[in-house]
Design a protein around this ligand. Structure first.
Ligand SMILES: [Zn+2]
Length: 100
């Protein structure tokens, strides 16, 4: 398995970049609509990396679909979706890793 380097969000291919941890910030992930990139910090614990990716995907959906959701709503959707998907046994590792 290797770290994913792209993901499609409603038909738009986004680059996934893995950044070195930055001790100066508590930002674990960012979404950039203009560049169509998701940047995630390397070396996060697995569960945190999965929920952070889910969050950045929600940021992408919010931007592409012009939902204009307040950020705290994205945080709550992240937590809610994460718990439902995990509880249903969905392997969220696939959001982060691809075969090969
Ligand atoms: Zn966010």
């Amino acid at each position: 398995m290797s770290l994913r380097n792209k993901i499609d969000i409603v038909g738009k291919t986004h680059k996934v970049k893995w950044a070195e941890p930055n001790p100066g910030t508590d930002t674990l992930g960012t979404y950039n609509y203009a560049l169509q990139t998701i940047t995630l910090e390397k070396g996060m614990p697995e569960d945190l990396a999965q929920s952070t990716m889910l969050h950045e995907i929600l940021e992408g959906l919010d931007a592409i679909l012009k939902l204009h959701l307040p950020h705290p709503t994205l945080d709550r959707l992240e937590a809610g979706l994460y718990s439902v998907l995990k509880g249903a046994g969905i392997d969220l590792k696939k959001l982060l890793e691809v075969k090969g």
